[in-house]
Design a protein around this ligand. Structure first.
Ligand SMILES: Nc1ncnc2c1ncn2[C@@H]1O[C@H](COP(=O)(O)OP(=O)(O)O)[C@@H](O)[C@H]1O
Ligand SMILES: [Mg+2]
Length: 237
């Protein structure tokens, strides 16, 4: 039996068929404000607080300070784990060193992952690859190489993908390369909006692929694994 990592998010592990397969790469895609970073932080925090698993959170959109502050709003003390050397939080500054190719950065990340024995890695977001490669071919090649390295390290990776459309109009390279795909989107009915989650694929797992609603609470994300989102009911709720 392969090892499954629990996200710790109420309702989500059930839809995933138990959790995320160890060493797999899972894309979490969606438009702004839908809960991608929240899911990612909670996944890392669950590893730290419940399973003594080291984490690496690379956020190119926000500074390390902002990530720590945002997490503290949910009662997650990231600084404590940074001090214990169980968590590393990196921001875009690692890519701002002149003349650094992504190839070298990947080696740096790889060293850090081995050194800290990182089990849970988050790349927030994959736009980092877009900034570095205008041409899709080297982008795809580097992403594949990167994911292979993570697999070799038995490091389970969440790739956060920015989506420009509210509901996925098209699937992009990341969606095919990864072992899993979770799509988040905003659903609307009249003046009501609702965050929705759809587990599209997790290689090797028996998933529940029905669309479910997601809420952000003071304690983090909750997925209502049994209920049809009210904005998607036939009569609109
Ligand atoms: N305690 C909370 N209760 C309800 N909503 C919250 C809470 N904390 C943050 N949010 C909402 O979560 C949203 C951002 O979620 P986030 O995961 O950062 O989105 P993104 O998909 O852009 O990464 C914000 O719009 C914010 O209003
Ligand atoms: Mg975000």
């Amino acid at each position: 039996m392969k090892n499954l990592l629990k996200t710790g998010i109420l309702g989500l592990d059930e839809l995933l068929g138990g959790g995320l397969p160890e060493g797999s790469s899972i894309v979490v895609s969606g438009p702004p404000g839908v809960g991608k970073s929240n899911i990612a932080m909670q996944y890392v925090y669950t590893g730290l607080s419940q399973y003594d698993e080291a984490g690496l959170y690379l956020n190119i959109e926000e500074s390390v300070e902002d990530v720590v502050e945002y997490a503290s709003g949910f009662g997650w003390d990231f600084n404590k784990y940074v001090e214990l050397k169980k968590l590393a939080i990196l921001d875009r500054s690692i890519f701002e060193k002149a003349d650094l190719e992504l190839g070298m950065d990947i080696e740096l990340l790889n060293d850090l992952i081995r050194e800290m024995d990182v089990k849970r890695f988050v790349l927030d977001s994959t736009t980092v690859f877009d900034h570095l490669f205008a041409d899709p071919r080297p982008k795809r090649r580097h992403m594949i190489r990167f994911l292979e390295l993570m697999k070799k390290n038995k490091c389970t990776t969440l790739l956060i993908a920015e989506e420009y459309e509210s509901f996925p109009g098209k699937f992009i390279a990341e969606h095919f390369i990864s072992d899993g795909l979770i799509v988040l989107f905003w659903s609307t009915y009249r003046a009501n909006t609702e965050r929705c989650l759809w587990v599209v694929k997790v290689r090797g797992n028996k998933i529940v692929s029905d669309i479910r609603s997601l809420k952000i609470t003071d304690k983090g994300v909750v997925v209502y694994s049994k209920e049809v989102p009210f904005t998607l009911l036939k009569e609109g709720g």
